[in-house]
Design a protein around this ligand. Structure first.
Ligand code: AMP
Ligand code: MG
Length: 339
């Protein structure tokens, strides 16, 4: 049996996960989320918060898993992409543990991890993946050794669009209540404002900053907030589903997944499911519990990478704020700890 401890610290969540390659696979899942009272997140404040919770989060994960650090075979850490000060805390903690206990250190790309945890939990082997989160909007699929980007946002991410709009019009924070985004709550009873919000797909890429500007302008001009929320959602979600559909047709794959924080969205799931069924592809989103950032996804990916021989010397484990998914070799593909 191989057991891996994974550390996530790229954005708002300091996560520690412990997984193994035998049932029940997930042994511990500890999360400490930084929640700003107002506005966006300040990297240095997040880093200070992470530093204050890191020690007890690691101890709690070991307790939950019922293992000692000696019994852990490797330490995995998300080295990017993400915010520098936040990444540095996770990297420092992981390097210290690896060096002190003489454990192999496994570098993990956060975007790869969002997809690997989806493959692991859904059982899909070779999907087209739509990865939508607070800081990412990318359509990827594995081709010749790496996840290749088939489309992405040219400006802000889908989660950022929803969060920023909700914040600017005063319906958030909190951004998510009862598993639904503030924009979803607000869209109830809304109607589609035809032609008022630009639908932007350029080649294979999407763009959301024009949508944000147009939606905020509509609200300022007195449009009904529920109508604007309804329309913004409709337009933004349709554009990412269109790009995913083209990737599916182009690659000829038979499976589709949805991952990242926005994967918890009901309407987006509905659109993805309908599109996939039109092409007779199997659709399985990542379970909502693992859609947002967490340590388990880093541990799962670390486990696969470790077993494929991917490790890094602690003194060379540098953070990479802009580490793109298509720069990462994925030698373990398509196998997962489940087979
Ligand atoms: P991540 O960056 O992967 O942790 O994801 C966080 C993003 O997911 C934020 O932008 C959240 O607003 C967004 N999010 C979380 N739950 C939902 C939901 N049910 N619908 C839409 N967006 C969501
Ligand atoms: Mg994420």
């Amino acid at each position: 049996m191989t057991t891996v401890l994974g550390i996530e610290s790229t954005a708002h969540t300091f996560g520690v996960g412990i997984v193994s390659d035998e049932e029940p696979f997930i042994l511990a899942d500890v999360r400490r989320k930084y929640e700003p009272k107002t506005g966006g997140i300040l990297p240095r404040e997040v880093a200070a918060f992470f530093s204050s919770v890191a020690g007890e989060a690691v101890r709690e994960a070991l307790r939950e898993a019922g293992v000692s650090m000696e019994e852990v075979d490797a330490v995995a850490v998300a080295l990017g992409p993400g915010m520098g000060p936040a990444l540095r805390v996770g990297a420092t903690v992981a390097r210290a543990i690896a060096a002190h206990y003489g454990k192999p250190l496994v570098p993990v790309n956060h975007a790869v991890a969002h997809i690997e945890v989806a493959r692991f939990l859904t059982g899909l082997r070779d999907p087209v993946a739509l990865y939508v989160a607070g800081g990412n909007t990318t359509v990827v699929s594995f081709v010749e050794g790496r996840y290749r980007v088939f489309g992405e946002t040219l400006d802000i991410a889908l989660g950022n669009l929803l969060d920023t709009f909700a914040r600017e019009v005063g319906i958030a924070p909190p951004y998510v209540r009862g598993g639904r985004h503030a924009v979803d709550w607000c869209a109830e009873g809304g109607d589609f404002l035809d032609g008022e919000i630009p639908y932007v797909v350029k080649g294979q890429d999407v763009s959301f900053s024009g949508i944000l500007t147009a939606a905020l302008r509509l609200v300022k001009r007195g449009a009904r907030l529920s109508d604007v929320c309804y329309t913004l959602r409709e337009v933004a979600f349709s554009s990412v589903v269109e790009v995913t559909e083209r990737c599916l047709v182009h690659t000829g794959k038979r499976e589709v997944t949805l991952t990242g924080g926005v994967a918890a969205n009901e309407l987006l799931n509905y659109k993805m499911r309908v599109m996939s069924s039109l092409h007779e592809a199997r659709y399985e989103p990542v379970p909502a519990r693992y859609s947002g950032d967490n340590g388990v996804m880093i541990a799962v990916t670390g486990l696969m990478a470790y077993k494929a021989g991917v490790t890094v010397e602690p003194r060379r484990a540098f953070i990479r704020q802009r580490w793109r998914i298509d720069q990462v070799d994925v030698p373990w593909y398509p196998s997962t700890p489940k087979g």
